[in-house]
Every structure is written in structure tokens, then in C-alpha cells.
Design a protein around this ligand. Structure first.
Ligand code: PGA
Ligand code: ZN
Length: 422
């Protein structure tokens, strides 16, 4: 059972404060977890609480809110059974008392939720992924296929490109380690080609290149070229994915999407035509958030236009790792996959419920990191434990990304797990 709880402020990969929790059990098992933070955060996410004290970290500190959460949570969790994740998460939600965790903050609550799971894994002497798999009876674990950022725009880069993420999917790989090697080859080739073209190779928030292209087509062409350069087959061995992160481009006042790259403000119907053309012109196998989180009509039309084709349509801001919103998507025939971000939901149990809901309605799942990350590799184990099929971590640069990629290598080495090649 839980003997003590400690919440602290640490820094994330953007050098911004975030919350880390230590959960100590009576037998000495110590579970530690840190939470990430997004830049293109959606409207329907669990609330990320910050101190707002302008004397520290420009108001972004979490020292006070961490202390406040610790003071309230510690007495209520003392003696609680760490193996009962359901109950711990229910208590966390109940203490906060708001649906989107705005009182204590989704950030300290998630940190405690994850740290408790880690403590329980240590207590039961199991690797984290095996312990987590025990929380989802009947689900077969597997190694996920990575969907990896190569170029960044939008809120993750300071220059150029309206769309946020240009990624590669090594779907033809035989194993996770082969997938990782292919990605690394493509990533390096992209750097060389950008240099040759005279573009800068500055890194964006997720370690991807930020060459300052204006148009999406330039990024997509570079990806095709980079894949070809490695000798891999474009569209077969390695295909392309994009995350439009369209909520960032949408203005609810005008009802339009502002695309600087083409110098136009597009209506939903024009946006629908624009993204459809891109998907038909390039070897794109997955597209995320092509429309705003509240712009359901083009989502519906886009999904039905591509039904039966090999294009995965992922809801990130749209679903916000929220079972209710995902249920709406299922009923309305919107999207075919859901991005899974623990901190959009707020607890481990809530996140596992969303993944169960996805399975039940036949949606694929992509476990995802945030643009602001820590060295915590929890999501690698989560993706394996839940047989998620896919994982999106960012580029194969920077240790807050590599901690997850490398953890998957270690799990692969344990043997016996299939590579879910989907
Ligand atoms: P975020 O970006 O962490 O800045 O929200 C990730 C994504 O949009 O998928
Ligand atoms: Zn996204």
C-alpha cells in the first residue's frame, strides 16, 4: 500500500516546468513518473494547471500547484492499495471533483496515476508493460509500428509550413528494430537533402527538421525523395503520414482555415478539397486532424470519401482521448483511428477505457507523446501492453524521444512479442 507521495517541479524538453511524482509503497517500491505537455493543445483536453506567478518561468511554473495537489492527495491516498489502479484513479478524480480536472490540475493527477502504476509493477516484480497488460484482460500485447516525425511546421517550429507534422511509417518492416533502422536512414537522408537544397536543418520541438518550407508539397516531395534515396520502396516499405493539426489553423470567427503557404483562407469545403488532393497525390497512408475539433461536417464527408481506401484518418484534438467524443465519432462515422495521449485524458484508467472503446468500435489506436516531453518512457510500455499497434513519439533525435524508442528495443529483446505491423 502507499506509504508516501511526493510531487515536484522538473523541466520538460522545451525547458518548461512540468510535474513529476514519486509514489513510495510500504515495501520500499518506488514508482516515479513525469507528465508531458502539448503546444497544439485541444479544447477538450484535461486541464493543465500552472502557477501563473510571473516571477517564475513566465507564469508557467508548477511548484505551487504541485505542492497544493500533494497536500490534498497525500492524506487521501495513504494506505491505498497501489495494485488497485481503478480505485486510485477513481479517488483522484473524486478529489478533484471537476470533469476536466481543472481544480487540482490534470498534470499532477496524471503524474500520481502513472507513478502508482509503476510502483505496483515494481512491487509485483514485473516489467511495466507486463503489469499494464494485466490491467487490460484479454488484450494481446505487441510491439507497435512507429509513425515518426521527419519535418515539422505549425506550433512546433518557428518558421514556415502550416501543417504540423510530416512523418514516415515503415509499415513494410519485419520487426520493430528494422522499422527503427529504416526511420533513422530516412531521417538522415532528409537532413542531407535539405542541406543540398540550401535549407537549414534546425530542429523543431520534436527533433524533426524545420527547413522553413512554405508549402506542404515541398515537405512531401522531400520525404518521397528521402525514402527513395535509402533504396526503400516508397509507399510499400515506407509510407507518409501527416498531422495537419487543423484546429491551430481554424478561426471560429471566420469559419475558415488560414493557410499562409498558399496565401489563402479556406472554407471547410475548400480545405476538404485541398487535403483530399494531397492525400491522392502523395503516398500518404495516415492523416491526423485535417479539420478543426468542432468542424464535424467536413470530417464526416472526408471519412466517407476515403472509406474503403487505404488511408487511416486519425482524431487527435477531435477526440482528445475522451471516450464520449470517441463514441460520438463512432456513431457519426468520423475518422478511423484515435490518437492516445495520457495527459489529454488525465488518468491511466480513463486512457485504458478510451482504448477499449476504440477496440469496441473498430478504430485503430496510436499511442502518442507530446511536443513537450520528459525522459519518462511510460508510453512505450503502454503501447506494448495495450497492443495499440502504433506509436508516435517524434523524431529519432533528442533523448526525450529516444528514451521511448530505446525502451521499445529493450522490450523487443525480451522476445516473444509480435510486431504489430498494421
Ligand atoms: P502537441 O502535438 O503535443 O503539441 O499537442 C502533438 C500532436 O498534435 O500530435
Ligand atoms: Zn496531432
Amino acid at each position: 500500500s502507499i506509504a508516501s507521495l511526493k510531487l515536484r517541479q522538473i523541466l520538460d524538453s522545451r525547458g518548461r516546468p512540468t510535474v513529476e511524482a514519486d509514489v513510495l509503497l510500504n515495501d520500499g517500491s518506488l514508482g516515479r513518473a513525469a507528465v508531458p505537455s502539448g503546444a497544439s493543445t485541444g479544447k477538450y483536453e484535461a486541464h493543465e494547471l500552472r502557477d501563473g506567478d510571473l516571477n517564475h518561468y513566465e507564469g508557467q511554473g508548477v511548484q505551487r500547484i504541485a505542492a497544493a495537489a500533494q497536500a490534498e492527495l497525500q492524506p487521501r491516498l495513504l494506505g491505498a492499495e497501489a495494485l488497485d489502479q481503478n480505485r486510485i484513479d477513481a479517488v483522484l478524480r473524486e478529489i478533484d471533483g471537476t470533469p476536466n480536472l481543472q481544480r487540482l490540475g490534470g498534470n499532477p493527477i496524471l503524474a500520481v496515476s502513472l507513478a502508482a502504476a509503476r510502483a505496483a509493477a515494481i512491487h509485483t516484480r514485473q516489467p511495466l508493460h507486463r503489469y499494464l497488460n494485466g490491467l487490460v484482460p484479454g488484450v494481446a500485447p505487441s510491439l507497435p509500428l512507429p509513425m515518426t516525425n521527419i519535418l515539422s511546421g505549425g506550433a512546433h517550429a518557428r518558421q514556415g509550413m502550416d501543417f504540423q507534422d510530416f512523418l514516415v511509417v515503415p509499415a513494410g518492416a519485419e520487426s520493430y528494430s528494422q522499422a527503427l533502422e529504416w526511420i533513422s536512414q530516412v531521417r538522415s537522408a532528409a537532413t542531407r537533402l535539405a542541406v543540398r537544397e540550401g535549407f537549414t536543418t534546425l530542429l523543431a520541438d520534436e527533433g524533426g527538421l524545420s527547413p522553413g518550407y512554405e508549402r506542404s508539397e515541398q515537405a512531401l516531395s522531400l520525404l518521397v525523395w528521402a525514402i527513395e534515396t535509402t533504396g526503400l520502396r516508397v509507399g510499400e516499405d515506407v509510407s507518409i503520414a501527416i498531422d495537419v493539426a487543423a484546429s491551430q489553423l481554424f478561426s471560429s470567427n471566420s469559419g475558415r482555415y488560414s493557410l499562409r503557404g498558399i496565401g489563402a483562407d479556406l472554407t471547410s469545403q475548400q480545405m476538404l478539397i485541398h487535403v483530399s488532393e494531397l492525400c491522392r497525390s502523395y503516398p500518404i497512408s495516415s492523416i491526423e486532424d485535417p479539420f478543426d475539433q468542432d468542424d464535424w461536417e467536413p470530417w464526416r464527408q472526408f471519412t466517407s470519401a476515403f472509406r474503403g481506401e487505404r488511408l487511416q484518418i486519425v482524431g487527435d484534438d477531435l477526440f482528445a482521448t475522451n471516450a464520449e467524443r470517441l463514441g460520438t465519432g463512432g456513431r457519426e462515422g468520423v475518422a478511423s483511428a484515435v490518437l492516445i495521449k495520457l495527459n489529454q485524458n488525465g488518468t491511466l484508467t480513463g486512457t485504458l477505457e478510451v482504448m477499449e472503446c476504440a477496440r469496441a468500435q473498430g478504430y485503430a489506436t496510436v499511442v502518442s507523446a507530446r511536443s513537450g516531453e520528459t525522459e519518462d518512457s511510460f508510453i512505450a510500455d503502454l503501447a506494448v501492453a495495450t497492443g495499440a499497434g502504433q506509436i508516435k513519439i517524434g523524431s529519432v533525435r533528442n533523448s526525450e524521444r529516444l528514451s521511448k524508442y530505446n525502451q521499445l528495443l529493450r522490450i523487443e529483446e525480451e522476445g516473444a512479442l509480435p510486431f504489430r505491423n498494421k
